[in-house]
Write a protein that binds this ligand. Structure first.
Ligand SMILES: [Ca+2]
Ligand SMILES: [Ca+2]
Length: 657
């Protein structure tokens, strides 16, 4: 499709201005002072849908009459951004109104993840509950699969769905069970109702039931809550691979299974709209349709298209995160207008706050109220800047029509031929330098104009500096001042422990990996104990190496016990030590081994836990030096997708009593 070249942009703006006048004359524009009943809110959030995947955004070979009719009845955005080109980060941002870096949910959380969205964050459902909304989430969650992070614990009254992506299952791309390779280590994929698993998704036929199952529950939720305001968060697992479609749409699209799946999503949109009409509430329901990130191009025909945008999912080119977005609220927002002004999923929370009168989070957020845009107010431009983050790296900034990439690596799929049906192709490792693009004239990011506009480059670099100071940047190794902690599974232990070694001297024979240094030298004897998240900045990690620590208590003192805890999360390549030895000495030369604790069989049991190794003498005696050695298993054992690679050993804290 052609869009956003200069003449089209002009047409768009002219058209928008015309409708704006009409809307204002008819006093239909919505303001916060309305006395009407609070509107219901429906967010339909697709997974990996590209910019070019529905008919009203130029998609070919897909018949999407229901989505197109939302377009005709609402506001269509052509510069709307998911906050980041990857699932968990994108979802965290949508539900908190923050850049993902602020709430520290990055990338796609794997089945081995032990974090989730923090309970300290005011999510959209929690916010809307404060003003009387019923809340339901149906579909993909991906903000922490452990019970304490599931939707019911984060503001939703009801939930049915998959806890993460539909490809996180022990099944091969062809739908057959897998016994080796990456996915063999994933636990069975379970559909969760409330907090309980109810059904296993075992094969491609099961995948084909998801869209229908979610739609039925969404429709029931509307039926049940039609008499008071509700928030329906309908997050499809489709069209993320492995594609699954029911018989209703199998073979219906000339472009193949991907088209069938999109058509089934369109059917689902139609069912939701039908139910809203039937309940007589469609006029007072805000419907938002968008997606979490761009198309997964490595899957060829099984991924979507972001045409004419460059690249797709996992990158910070426009194809990675610029999404179709339609927002419809009849009699309030104008019909059938198109805006090319910037907006993002992070703007939805503050906009809903403005509409419903709910109080904004007290913590800092990044979203802005885009009601002026939705009301088509003259010259409205509530968001003029956007930061392109990915996994903690600030890879670019946009201001107005200008986009500056900071030098970074990415994987390109330009010109990469698709692999066989359902199997991913391998992309090309690529790099981009400091490059400036004019997104109005060159939406495909083809021509770097940095040399031509040095003053724009300088201006955008300054914006980048502000973002780095606030949220950090892995590319320039700047730590942000205002990143907040994710939710973590708390240990059953006290995070602050008494330890005779606090303030004493510790020497490590092998330094920990530079990726997991924790707080530095004294991390193992600082009185603080790690959570169930090895990434919490408290655990020290050794890759392939053993841990050996010598603690000097300064003088010989009476001690009764030495212990040390180790983290195990084999899905993340972290194993218990093979054995732990404890020695004591009074001269730092002659050591007396007091115990060797061996683990019979360190295996790939997919376990997650913290294991405490301790001496069991009732009294050790007067000693000055304590040496503790933990033997890394070294190599990841057979049967693990990482077999043969270096195993990790994570330790904290060495407690002397
Ligand atoms: Ca996604
Ligand atoms: Ca510690």
């Amino acid at each position: 499709m052609k869009m956003n070249n200069s003449s089209n942009t002009k047409n768009t703006l002219l058209k928008a201005a015309g409708i704006s006048t009409l809307a204002l004359n008819a006093t239909l524009a919505f303001s916060q002072n309305t006395n009407q009943a609070k509107p219901n809110v429906v967010i339909i959030f697709c997974d990996d849908m590209g910019y070019n995947d529905v008919a009203c955004y130029g998609g070919k070979g897909v018949n999407t009459p229901n989505i197109d009719s939302l377009c005709a009845q609402g506001v269509k955005f052509t510069s709307f951004y998911a906050s980041q080109g990857v699932s968990s980060a994108s979802r965290a941002a949508l539900l908190t109104g923050c850049y993902s870096e602020r709430v520290s949910i990055l990338g796609a959380l794997m089945p081995s993840a032990t974090i989730g969205i923090s309970d300290e964050e005011l999510t959209i459902p929690k916010m809307l509950k404060t003003v009387g909304y019923a809340t339901g989430a149906f579909g993909k969650w991906h903000l922490g699969h452990h019970k304490e992070f599931l939707p019911l614990q984060r503001g939703f009254d009801e939930y049915l769905g998959l806890p993460y992506s539909n490809d996180m299952w022990p099944v091969d791309f062809d739908g057959k069970p897998i016994t080796d390779g990456n996915k063999s280590f994933y636990p069975p994929l379970k559909l969760i109702d409330g907090n309980e698993p109810v059904r296993e998704i075992k094969n491609l036929d099961d995948q084909g039931t998801l869209t229908t199952t979610y739609t039925e529950r969404a429709v029931q939720f509307i039926e049940k809550n039609k008499n008071h305001p509700f928030f329906l968060y309908f997050a499809h697992n489709m069209p993320h691979v492995p594609l699954g479609v029911s018989d209703k749409y199998k073979g219906k699209s000339p472009i193949g299974t991907y088209g069938d799946v999109v058509m089934e999503i369109d059917w689902s949109v139609g069912e939701v709209m039908k139910e809203l009409k039937k309940a007589g509430i469609d006029d007072n329901t805000i419907v938002i349709f968008t997606s979490d990130n761009g198309p997964w191009l490595s899957f060829g025909k099984h991924g979507g298209s972001a045409y004419p945008l460059r690249e797709g999912k996992g990158t910070n080119f426009e194809g990675g995160l610029r999404e179709p977005c339609i927002i419809r609220w009849p009699n309030h927002f104008p019909r059938g207008i198109v805006t090319n002004k910037l907006a993002s999923t992070i703007d939805i929370l503050p906009t809903l706050a403005a509409i419903t009168g709910a109080k904004l989070p007290t913590k800092k957020i990044d979203g802005v109220n885009i009601l002026p845009l939705l009301n088509n107010e003259k010259n409205a431009n509530p968001r003029n800047e956007f930061y392109y983050y990915y996994g903690g790296q600030l890879q670019g900034v946009r201001q107005g029509k200008w986009k500056l990439h900071f030098p970074h690596s990415y994987t390109s799929f330009k010109g990469v031929a698709p692999n066989k049906e359902r199997w991913p192709a391998i992309g090309i490792p690529s790099k981009i330098g400091l490059e400036l693009f004019d997104l109005e004239g060159d939406v495909s990011e083809t021509t770097n104009v940095a040399d031509k506009y040095p003053e724009i480059v300088t201006k955008l670099q300054k914006l980048g500096d502000q973002a780095r100071e606030d949220l950090g940047d892995g590319l320039t190794k700047i730590k942000g001042k205002n990143n907040r902690e994710p939710g973590r599974i708390k240990g059953t232990w006290n995070p602050n422990v008494k330890n005779l070694a606090i303030g004493k001297k510790i020497t490590l024979t092998n330094p920990p990996s530079s990726t997991y240094p924790a707080s530095g030298n004294n991390a193992l004897i600082d009185g603080k104990r790690g959570t169930y998240d090895y990434n919490d900045g408290i655990w020290q990690g050794w890759e392939g190496d053993d841990m050996e620590a010598i603690i000097d208590l300064g003088e010989a003192i009476d001690i009764t016990k030495v212990s040390c805890s180790f983290f195990e999360n084999t899905g993340a390549w972290i194993y218990k030590p093979q054995y732990v030895e404890v020695f004591t000495s009074n001269d730092n030369l002659n050591y007396n081994k007091i115990v060797k604790i061996s683990v019979k069989d360190v295996r790939n049991d997919k376990s997650l836990g913290v294991y405490e190794f301790f001496t069991n003498e009732s009294k050790i005696g007067k000693v000055r030096y304590i040496k503790l050695k933990a033997k890394n298993i070294g190599i990841v054992p057979k049967g693990h997708p990482g077999a043969g690679g270096k195993a990790w050993l994570f330790a904290d804290e060495i407690i002397i009593e």
